[in-house]
Design a protein around this ligand. Sequence first.
Ligand SMILES: *Cc1c(COP(=O)(O)O)cnc(C)c1O
Length: 392
Amino acid sequence: MTDFEDMLSEDDSALASSFDHAPLRLTVDLGAMADNWRDMAKRSGKARAAAVVKADAYGLGIEDAGQTFYRAGARDFFVATVSEGVTLRPYVPQARIFVLSGVWPGQEADVIGSDLVPVLASEEQLSHWTAVCAQGGEHPCALQVDTGFNRLGLTVDDALYLADDPCRPASFDPVLVLSHLACGDTPSAAMNRVQLESFQKVAAAYEGVESSLSASAGIFLGPEYHFDLTRPGIALYGGEAVNDAPNPMRPVATAEARIVMIREAGEGQTVSYGGTYQLKRASRLAIAAVGYADGYQRSLSGSGIPLREMGRGGAYGFVNGHKVPVAGRVTMDLTIFDVTDVPANAVRAGDYIELFGRNVPLDEVARSAGTIGYELLTSMGLRYERLVLEQA
Ligand SMILES: *Cc1c(COP(=O)(O)O)cnc(C)c1O
């Protein structure tokens, strides 16, 4: 019997769900997500831990993530945009939702309707929002201060001036002041302390207003960095927050691609576009249903891309207990894995190759592509069939 006949008879006997036969699939473990939030809340010590759920909860689903963190105890959420906040609101009824990129004129009704808290980050946003409140009545806001990142936020000087400004509009009454670390993932970076000291001045000037400095990485820098509220994101989703340190978080996402076919290829033959990967021996190749259109980036290729010429290895997958390297270039819909070292009876068409998850750490794959776990998670595309494991 061929592998495919085998699969047909399996389908007869079992009630196969679309997940069971999907060419590309993603499992999201909400129990692990909840555990990761509780872990970050504990590491935040006296501070409250929020949950950052921007970009569809780092690609894993804002509805499920929002509910999961809310049930675990989170009452403060951060999104990037107003529309993300509107999507989130029904899942976290009593929570505060902060919008990190602020509000554009025209979005006021959504902000007020979904009770979102804009994080004001520039003079323009500040004057727009105070004008809105002067007309339409009080609505909470937060203030972002730039302590060295040079991204969003008022300068420290402007923020200090505003704190004591007698002409400050009565409608400007922030519920939170926040800043963001540039080098939180590198505990030895001198910049962390410089930003900490600047932010301490800001927090002191806004006495009585809650303050927040740290994302996932900053939480690991210790209690001085915690202030009143921490803002973990990547750690909740199992990603690495701190460089060159063991990752204590539970993996949340497992991505798997199905092997469409297995082929034999002779010594000296080449694999994939450009013929850049030459086989040094007679090989067995597994052709898997994932490509760069699914966020399995071309820079993960085993050869034929600039990163490989710099001497870094390509990515590997995991199948039935074996690590299998990517052979040649990743293509749009398909990736070729070298399964020569896997016993022939231990890998066949229809099996799934893990791309990242329990056996292949997300951040190890990311490093092969010269990127970070954040980018892999947020670029998975639309073709994954998803299975959400509910909390026990
Ligand atoms: C994305 C973001 C976070 C969360 O960062 P992680 O590194 O994922 O924990 C926190 N604060 C701000 C301002 C952000 O933009």
